[in-house]
Design a protein around this ligand. Structure first.
Ligand SMILES: Cc1cc2nc3c(=O)[nH]c(=O)nc-3n(C[C@H](O)[C@H](O)[C@H](O)COP(=O)(O)OP(=O)(O)OC[C@H]3O[C@@H](n4cnc5c(N)ncnc54)[C@H](O)[C@@H]3O)c2cc1C
Length: 348
């Protein structure tokens, strides 16, 4: 267990807000995590477990203990047809993807370069370029932080949905994800369904997992602001899902609006496109702004406060409702003085 000598949170979350906590500790094992949580409870101190802070906004200073998850175990086994990867939740997701590919284990390449820890990946069922975490999930191991009991949930029990899972609901409070089990087929098939990945078919005679990995890293680097240079938390809002009836109406009014039909008949729209149509790119509120090239990404332009971010998000939501009568919901988690607060309510 490591005590970080200061309690500033700026470097522990990618939006880089100037906020502090009562204390910040790094843990390297499940036992350390349980012990710290027990002590915090005895001292009536709130606890926040963070991976790499790439999906949080601190609305205020955090009046509690921030625990940085650094449980980095990794164990790989195999059958004749599959690889089984058991990963400690504090591992970095992108480094895991890279390491597996280097070792000839393929299947995660479409989700390369997504920031954050392995443990946070199931929570919002991370996804990119035609794949989601659920597609490779074998199980998720969680621990009850009150009684120390450990449980293994299979993929079905995780109730994965679009940027959603049971870890945002039933197992949100007093539970921590301690490890994750992935299952990857030895007979690898590239997934090239996502729009610009199809171009690889025309430019490459042989497509490997490494080709896709490199391609995606390059696109992501060129499209998204580097959090080390410009504070941000990736896509700020979820893409809204609307009924097919309302989608037909939107189609008549805005034929160019990108639409992604869902299995149940609903239609997913691009939140970035909706925001862009409101002419909001570059719009600034206090120190927070909408990225000039990427309307879905809010940035820490100039010493933003959590309040600036909330006000900006509220303004965006209002403008999108006025133009499209569609309510955007934050994808990013909001952390208040004592713990997570409801992000939807915070910007209503
Ligand atoms: C530039 C950028 C690009 C991004 N692109 C994508 C993308 O393409 N697709 C995508 O899906 N996401 C994307 N994201 C969002 C982010 O990468 C994911 O949400 C990631 O999984 C967050 O991991 P983290 O470790 O940083 O989580 P944190 O921000 O540290 O934590 C997020 C929440 O999960 C909780 N938590 C963290 N770890 C645990 C644990 N072990 N057990 C229980 N609770 C825990 C925290 O308390 C917090 O409430 C992007 C973010 C950025 C900054």
């Amino acid at each position: 267990m490591n005590y970080n000598h200061h309690n500033k949170l700026k470097k522990y979350h990618t939006f880089s807000l100037n906020v502090i906590a009562r204390a910040v500790y790094s843990i390297y094992s499940v036992n350390e995590l349980i012990m710290l949580c027990k002590n915090a409870r005895l001292n009536k101190c709130s606890v926040l477990l963070l991976g790499e802070g790439s999906n949080v906004i601190f609305v205020n200073n955090f009046d509690g203990l921030v625990i940085l998850n650094r449980i980095t175990s990794l164990n790989i086994t195999e059958s004749s047809i599959e690889w089984y990867i058991h990963v400690g939740s504090g591992n970095n997701w992108h480094k895991l993807v890279k390491k597996l590919i280097k070792n000839g284990i393929y299947g995660l390449e479409n989700m390369a370069f997504i920031p954050g820890s392995v443990g946070a990946a199931p929570i919002q069922n991370i996804g990119a370029y035609g794949m989601e975490f659920k597609d490779v999930c074998n199980y998720v191991d969680i621990i009850n932080l009150i009684n120390g009991k450990q449980y293994r949930l299979n993929s079905h029990e995780c109730e994965f949905g679009y940027r959603d899972s049971v870890f945002k609901h039933k197992y949100r409070e007093n539970f921590a994800i301690v490890s994750v089990g992935l299952k990857l087929k030895k007979l690898w098939k590239p997934i090239l369904t996502y729009s610009n990945l199809t171009s690889l078919i025309f430019t490459h005679t042989k497509i490997t997992a490494k080709t896709i990995f490199n391609f995606i890293c390059k696109i992501r680097k060129s499209k998204l602001p580097d959090p080390y240079l410009v504070g941000n938390a990736g896509s700020f809002f979820k893409n809204p899902v609307i009924s097919s009836k309302y989608a037909s109406k939107i189609n008549l009014l805005y034929p160019l609006c990108p639409k992604y039909p869902q299995i149940n008949g609903d239609v997913k729209l691009s939140a970035g496109w909706l925001i862009e149509q409101c002419n909001l790119k570059g719009y600034q509120y206090g120190g927070a702004a909408i990225h000039n090239n990427h309307a879905l990404v809010l940035i820490n332009k100039n010493n933003a406060t959590g309040k600036d971010v909330i006000n900006l998000a509220r303004y965006i939501k209002k403008k999108v409702i006025e133009k499209f009568d569609i309510k955007l919901e934050p994808e990013v988690r909001f952390i208040g003085k004592y713990g997570e607060i409801n992000a939807k309510d915070a910007i209503s």
